[in-house]
Design a binder for this molecule. Structure first.
Ligand SMILES: Cc1cc2nc3c(=O)[nH]c(=O)nc-3n(C[C@H](O)[C@H](O)[C@H](O)COP(=O)(O)OP(=O)(O)OC[C@H]3O[C@@H](n4cnc5c(N)ncnc54)[C@H](O)[C@@H]3O)c2cc1C
Length: 310
């Protein structure tokens, strides 16, 4: 049994914020795949839980009128991977969360929990970094939008205040349109495995498909928080995709921008090797996907969306 003082079922985001404000010991529970495991270990025992699971507006994926993708934080991984908008516009995000745990965890765990737990190993983290995703937080003092690149403050820590509920994760059209991407996870086994290293590389090529216009590189577990490798991204811009030097460039460039540590899962040296190798492979696959006409246009009002961009 779990040691819980009170269990509240919030009816709306406002209700959840009120409950969190009134109960300083209360923690949000969404899918519960982190919270309940921690509780069983005695962490947070005797405290209260505010469930956001039944708040309908927190589930599902929408396109806003300006083409922004709005992801409900209580959307479970299985629903995210199978969502038609995710498949059309950011399929590599769906692929990334499809590497989480096993089917039961993917049916229960949510993208909001994956972001708000602050874990550098979260499988959505590297990809959301490269998408410049925006975390929309609603608390007693109102709504604020925090770029995911500024969301993490340390291992398991974020800028989210106790009374704040993540009410959406937004991805703007300029951050997905024209790009392809690829997430690669290394774990010692293919399922039920927290990432030893996770890497996402995304590219937008020039219309002729020959030159990198923009590259984005994100990592989980390459540092205490998820990170971007902006200097290497800049170094790749303008390089020709037929030139194999780009793989050398990315593989060695990223090593100057990461800060992995040794843990029982892997040594620092092994992680450095993964950081370099996964970046090369993910870049190669992202380019292949772009050349295979998989880069979407922005979903704009009046357009059915998803026209092939290249
Ligand atoms: C067996 C097992 C295997 C796993 N494998 C993986 C894996 O391979 N990859 C991976 O990334 N993770 C893995 N996890 C971890 C976990 O499943 C994920 O982190 C999941 O995304 C958590 O989502 P949840 O809805 O269950 O979060 P919860 O447990 O409900 O919450 C997690 C944290 O986020 C907060 N929170 C949740 N939603 C919100 C919100 N909307 N606003 C504000 N705060 C919120 C909670 O208060 C809590 O602090 C695994 C877990 C288990 C038990």
């Amino acid at each position: 049994m779990f040691d819980i003082e009170h269990y509240f079922e919030a009816k709306s985001v406002e209700d959840a914020v009120r409950l969190l404000t009134e109960h300083e010991d209360a923690e949000i529970i969404s899918g519960g795949t982190d919270v309940l495991v921690k509780l069983r270990d005695g962490k947070g025992a005797g405290g209260s839980l505010v469930s956001i699971h039944e708040i309908k507006e927190l589930h599902g994926v929408k396109i806003l009128s300006d083409g922004t993708l709005e992801i409900g934080p209580a959307t479970c991984f299985t629903d995210l991977t199978n969502d038609p908008l995710i498949i059309r516009y950011v399929p590599y995000l769906g692929e990334a969360v499809d590497t989480v745990g096993g089917p039961q965890i993917r049916n229960q765990g949510t993208i909001g929990g994956n972001v708000c737990n602050g874990a550098t190993s979260a499988d959505s983290a590297a990809t959301l970094q490269t998408l410049n995703a925006v975390v929309v937080l609603q608390g007693a003092e109102g709504v604020r939008r925090v770029p995911v690149t500024e969301f993490y403050t340390g291992p398991g820590r974020t800028v989210r205040r106790h009374d704040e509920v993540c009410r959406a994760i937004e991805i703007r059209p300029e951050d997905y349109a024209g790009f392809t991407g690829c997430y690669m996870k290394y774990g010692k086994r293919a399922a039920m495995e927290i990432a030893t290293l996770g890497c996402c590389v995304r590219v937008r090529l020039t219309p002729d498909g020959e030159t990198i216009e923009e590259a984005r590189i994100g990592y989980g577990v390459a540092a205490p928080t998820p990170i971007r490798c902006r200097e290497t991204e800049q170094a790749l811009a303008g390089k020709r995709v037929a030139d194999d030097q780009i793989y050398e460039l990315i593989g060695s460039g990223v090593l100057n921008e990461v800060n992995p540590r040794s843990s029982w899962r892997a040594s620092k040296d092994f992680r450095l090797q993964l950081i370099s190798e996964l970046a090369r492979r993910a870049l190669k696959e992202a380019i292949r996907r772009w050349q295979n006409h998989e880069a979407p246009d922005a979903a704009l009002p009046g357009r059915k969306g998803g026209d092939q961009g290249c």
